[in-house]
Design a binder for this molecule. Structure first.
Ligand code: ZN
Length: 63
């Protein structure tokens, strides 16, 4: 059984609350995910510890 953790973040462009699936090994990961609502690229910075997302922050890609 494998559970994918999700987290709620506010889109830095349109302010919509988005649910992202966090499926990463332990450590810090930075990647880009498109907003489901406005389709802008969001820079996601997530830290995973013991299989769970511990810290998630989002920013505009071109900041
Ligand atoms: Zn958006």
């Amino acid at each position: 059984m494998s559970l994918v953790d999700t987290c709620l973040v506010d889109c830095p462009y349109c302010g919509e609350v988005l649910e992202f699936a966090i499926d990463c090994p332990d450590g810090r990961h930075q990647y880009t995910e498109d907003c489901h609502v406005c389709c802008q690229p969001i820079a996601v910075d997530v830290t995973v510890a013991a299989g769970s997302p511990e810290m998630v922050s989002v920013a505009q890609e071109n900041e």
